[in-house]
Design a binder for this molecule. Structure first.
Ligand code: F3S
Length: 301
């Protein structure tokens, strides 16, 4: 058996918990509750919610007039709200308050005539949603890309620029990008919008990876924040596995970890029951350095 420590911050964050709770509550009241995009980036959890009557819609055209619609934690553009209103839909808004705050920032800064720069993954729903609350946002995925692209953008140094980041951005990458932008633009306003839950998870992953022989990062392959946890772990620990659930752990993986210290962390959209299955497969003696969801689940078992 391995010595397993589960990160205290592993699993659902406040925004995801809130969205899932709202989905369960409203699904019980409506025959079908449409979710604009997958509620969270976790296939297992999405399937569980489908069984409760939550149907994923890829775009507003998939949603019938007058339907009940849940806006997920990632948020959406202003145009989506307008379309749903025009269709007479009842909207249940689970946009994470930290994301909604970014919408308000970019809307106000853009109205004030400032250029908006968003640091984040340009195809991620959260970033697409943020870009939909302002005019002509420039989006950069990394400090390297930012450095290359600023010349092409061709803005004079005195251009008023306001900068926000995807809530799950890697803190180190954000810090480098901010330095570059401050040097380039003399009138640059920085809004640090990285979520505390992200900071907390990344800091703990760093600490756990630094003292473990192996790290197991659990979360959907589509989940941005899980990918960041993987990158951080891989930079500090020689042996890192990224799995979506316990079925991806082979017998040889578990054998290879025998007698080693294993750290487990999980993305903000990974349910506690998946974390529990993984830790149980590895050890009967999991240390309870866990979040509330997971601790409660261990007590129940
Ligand atoms: Fe919200 Fe932060 Fe989670 S922005 S959805 S609490 S990672």
């Amino acid at each position: 058996m391995s010595r397993v420590t589960v990160a205290q911050s592993a699993g659902f964050c406040f925004g995801v918990r809130r969205a899932v709770d709202l989905a369960e509550r409203e699904a019980a009241k409506h025959q079908t509750l449409y979710s604009y995009g997958e509620i969270i980036h976790n296939t297992h959890e999405t399937r569980r919610l489908e069984k409760l009557g939550v149907r994923t819609a890829e775009c507003t055209a998939d949603i019938p007039d007058g339907a009940a619609v849940l806006i997920r934690a990632h948020g959406v553009t202003r145009a989506v709200y307008e379309t749903l209103e025009a269709k007479g839909c009842t909207v249940y808004d689970a946009t994470c308050p930290f994301v909604a705050k970014i919408h308000r920032i970019v809307e106000a800064e853009s109205k004030a005539g400032r250029r908006i720069i968003i640091l984040g993954s340009k195809n991620h729903p959260e970033v697409l949603g943020i870009a939909g609350w302002c005019q002509n946002a420039a989006i950069y995925e990394s400090s390297e890309q930012l450095l290359q692209a600023l010349d092409e953008l061709g803005l004079p140094p005195e251009t008023p620029v306001s900068v926000v980041g995807q809530t799950t951005l890697n803190r180190a990458s954000w810090n480098i990008s901010v330095k570059i932008l401050k040097k380039r633009y003399t009138n640059c306003k920085i809004f640090d919008t990285i979520c505390n839950a992200t900071d907390e998870r990344q800091t703990e992953a760093r600490s756990l990876a630094g003292r473990s022989d192996c790290m197991v990062v659990i979360g959907d392959k589509k989940s941005s924040n899980t990918k960041r946890l993987y990158e951080i772990s891989a930079s500090l620990c020689p042996h890192v596995l990224h799995i979506e659930d316990a079925t991806e752990l082979g017998t040889s993986d578990i054998e290879a970890l025998r007698g080693l210290t294993v750290g487990i962390t999980a993305g903000a959209s990974t349910p506690a029951w998946i974390i529990k299955e993984v830790s149980n497969m590895m050890s009967a003696e999991t240390r309870i350095e866990t979040n509330e969801d997971f601790a409660a689940m261990l007590e129940e078992s």
